[in-house]
Design a protein around this ligand. Structure first.
Ligand code: FES
Ligand SMILES: [Fe+2]
Length: 436
């Protein structure tokens, strides 16, 4: 439970807020690279409560500018994309990707007034199919060497989706190991709809011919541990099966708003939850394969069946009860909301309301990872306010992995077992860096 004041402190990320100052110390996902694959590569973007316009110039460089023209405030989302930059249709001022004003054609010939004008802009960088932006002041931190960023482009697939809620409750579902025993429960192990997203989640776990969903269903109250690391939190979930064997799952929180989990033996998912404003966020998921190249066309087509463009808004939402069906809830799924685990998570994050009222919650043992994450976020907010550096910003280029696993192994030696499995997986994917 939090006081109303602390709930505001940890959820509000607009300009001038303490948590907004924390968020502005990190690279933030601003758009999928594919969103600019259009004849006019210009896209309006709302990020951390700021209205911006993203574009790609003919050399492939991205610019993220304030929406309102530095001249007299016209909206640059309607700018002409020409002559290597964005040209405001009002009086023809031309800006490049860095916000420099290159031309002011209505001024007298020879005028140097354009040298005195800058359109506020933020640096951008493209990685893993996503355009990232740095909204802070000063130098951006180096980009971390996480698996999803060092894998070749053929082995990563990125997608996004809109959730109508605050960023924190989105994160708090993703890092919650307890919910998987319930929210994503299927009453049959075999999935009748072959194409359903999350089918991989019902794959056999390492070391046993048992789907991980069944293991989670049969042991609903796991032991939970977390450990602070340079990148965030390492989360260990232990489900004893009998005296000899244990189901172990290692997942991670990447500070401040992402998680990394194993989706199958070969695939991990790294998912960021970036505030659009205080009542909306985008999830950006990067699927990373340690095995064969990913089939991007199929994965994209699957996700586009459940989302509408250009906003990547989900078809299942509050207005249609997230597709709830009482008959299905009685005998097929725990939620009654279909086989798509992303819809289950969406209901869990959106149904508490746009900003969850944490003054009324009751946290137990099963919420200890949430408590650990909040503690870290509050501490980082204080550190940034005091002029310090938050987790994962200093030495980011040295941060690797992080390690994940879903396996059944020996109860008395599970730590060494999962580290051996992790090492073997990395050796089989030579581009992956060994974790420290
Ligand atoms: S308002 Fe943009 S050029 Fe005048
Ligand atoms: Fe989930």
């Amino acid at each position: 439970m939090l006081t109303a004041e602390k709930n505001r402190l940890i959820t509000e990320t607009g300009p001038g807020t303490p948590c907004g100052a924390l968020m502005r110390r990190y690279w933030q996902p601003a758009a999928l690279a594919e969103e600019l694959d259009t004849p006019r590569p210009v896209k309006r973007v709302r990020l951390l409560g700021e209205d911006l316009v993203l574009f790609r110039d003919p050399s492939g460089r991205h610019g993220l500018l304030h929406r309102h023209c530095a001249h007299r405030g016209a909206d640059l989302a309607f700018a002409r994309c020409e002559d290597g930059g964005l040209r405001c249709p009002f009086h023809g001022w031309l800006y490049d990707a860095s916000g420099a004003c290159l031309e002011q054609p209505a001024e007298p010939a020879g005028s140097t007034f354009h040298l005195k004008v800058r359109q506020p802009s933020y640096p951008c960088i493209e990685r893993a199919g996503i355009v990232w932006a740095y909204l802070g002041s000063g130098e951006p931190p180096p980009f971390p060497a996480f698996d999803c960023f060092v894998a070749p482009g053929s082995h990563v697939f990125a997608f996004k989706g809109l959730w109508s809620c605050n960023w924190l409750q989105a994160l708090e579902v993703g890092i919650d190991p307890s919910h998987a025993s319930f929210l994503h429960r299927f009453f049959q192990d075999e999935d009748p709809s072959d194409a359903a997203y999350g089918r991989q989640f019902r794959a056999a776990t390492i070391g046993a011919d048992i789907p991980m969903t069944r293991l989670m269903r049969e042991v609903p109250n796991p032991r939970l541990e977390s450990e602070e690391t340079p990148y965030g939190l390492r989360i260990t979930t232990l489900r004893p099966i009998n005296d000899q064997v244990i189901h172990l799952r290692v997942t991670n929180m990447l500070f401040p708003h992402a998680f990394v989990i194993p989706l199958s033996r070969e695939m991990t998912i790294t998912q960021f939850h970036v505030p659009i404003d205080d009542t909306h966020c985008y999830w950006y998921a990067i699927f990373t394969s340690f095995g064969a190249p990913v089939d991007k066309a199929t994965m994209r087509a699957q996700r586009l069946e459940t989302h509408t463009l250009p906003d990547y808004a989900p078809l299942a939402n509050r207005d249609n009860d997230w597709g709830f069906n009482a008959g299905e809830q009685a005998d097929a799924t725990y939620t009654g909301m279909g086989m798509d685990i992303n819809v289950h998570d969406q209901w869990a994050v959106e149904s508490p309301g746009a900003i969850a009222d944490r003054t009324k919650e009751h946290l137990g043992y099963s919420d200890r990872i949430i408590i650990a994450a909040r503690r870290m976020i509050f501490r980082a907010i204080d550190d940034v306010a005091a002029g310090g550096d938050p987790p994962g910003t200093i030495g980011a280029e040295a941060m690797r992995g992080p390690a994940t696993i879903d396996a059944v192994g020996p109860a008395d030696d599970w730590e060494r077992y999962w580290q051996d499995q992790e090492t073997a997986r990395r050796r089989a994917a030579p581009w992956m860096l060994e974790t420290a």
